[in-house]
Design a protein around this ligand. Structure first.
Ligand code: FMN
Length: 317
């Protein structure tokens, strides 16, 4: 079997599936040939209400792609990536060729080590400020992948965007289809996909930002007063920009993790087209918002389950 013959492939796929995805849908499949891995968007796992355009699914696959590349690097091999390599197969988002020997850089090792440690932390963060050096590093990580990370507190936009998040959250609360989809992907116990109830945060008692409701929340809690909210933007939009945005998002999240920071997403305004348009106008017409998340020093939590690699693998003969 290819997998047992090539531990680098096993390591790469185990890292890939640790990527974040909306409602932990894990919308990916991996086509494995000899020294090549195709990253495929799994249409059966797209959120039809939240993500009818597959934008969030492409971001998730882009994040899985970066994990894959980092794991290949620390396994001592180089790789090259071809984006959207087959015109008539738009679901084949990337093809990763595994190349000759490679000595992983310290940065690759640091980011790869963060893949297993990263998780979405929806709980209140400590009030400890995020230092300028850490903000710079996370911003630079997104920049290295061709995206821009706008930290809202630095440009005075926080209140406007928080208002947009609250309004979008309210609309989703009233939307029966959205609620049904959210419930379908929330797990009270067991399962290797969907969001386990234990990963949901408490409801905030006041404060700027709402928390997406996964299962039964605990009692309401006070969240940090000055949240650090970041919006990831790209200069263009469309499938390629979204795959690249996923890599940028993941590089920023792994960099944050490596610096001891936690993150949690606020995609409500990204999932309602009119709200995304308002967010875009707030940030400038050349900035296509792709992801919104909060950064800070979290208290320890736990990672969420994933489907085993064998379930997401297609061996190509
Ligand atoms: C594009 C994208 C959008 C997401 N949006 C939200 C969100 O709005 N609210 C939320 O609580 N989590 C959101 N998440 C986080 C996922 O629920 C989370 O990644 C998934 O459950 C897996 O858990 P983990 O991040 O702890 O590994 C989002 C993730 C991605 C990749």
């Amino acid at each position: 079997m290819i997998l047992t013959e090539a531990p680098v492939v096993t390591a790469a796929l185990e890292a890939a599936v640790r990527a974040p995805s909306p409602h932990n849908t894990q919308p990916w499949l991996f086509e494995v040939g000899s020294d090549v891995i195709g990253v495929v968007l799994d249409e059966d796992r797209v959120l039809e209400v939240c993500d009818p355009d597959r934008r969030e699914a492409r971001l998730s696959c882009g994040a899985a792609l970066l994990n894959l590349e980092l794991a290949i690097a620390v396994a001592g091999r180089s790789c090259d990536v071809e984006f959207l390599p087959e015109k008539d197969r738009p679901e084949l988002l990337a093809r990763v060729g595994i190349g000759p020997r490679h000595r992983a850089s310290a940065a690759e090792q640091r980011l790869a080590a963060s893949i297993r440690v990263r998780y979405s932390n929806r709980r209140p963060f400590a009030s400890t400020p995020v230092p300028a050096g850490a903000r710079h590093a996370v911003r630079r990580a997104a920049g290295d992948e061709g995206a821009k990370l706008v930290l809202l507190d630095e440009v005075g936009l926080l209140e406007a965007v928080a208002g947009l998040i609250r309004r979008a959250d309210h609309l989703q609360t009233l939307d029966d289809r959205f609620q049904a989809e959210l419930r379908a992907w929330t797990r009270e116990s067991g399962g290797n996909d969907g969001v386990p109830a234990y990963a949901g945060g408490p409801r905030p008692s006041g404060g700027l930002l709402p928390v997406r409701h996964h299962g039964e929340s605990e009692q309401a809690r006070e969240f940090e007063r000055d949240p650090v909210v970041a919006v990831l933007t790209t200069p263009t939009d469309g499938p390629l920009a979204q795959i690249r945005a996923g890599r940028a998002m993941q590089r920023a999240l792994l960099t944050a993790t490596s610096l001891g920071l936690s993150a949690s997403f606020y995609s409500q305004p990204m999932e309602i087209p009119s709200a995304r348009a308002v967010l875009r106008s707030l940030l400038g017409e050349n900035a296509h918002p792709q992801a919104v998340f909060r950064l800070g020093y979290g208290f320890p939590g736990s990672t969420t389950p994933r489907r085993p690699v064998g379930d997401v693998l297609r061996i190509m003969r």
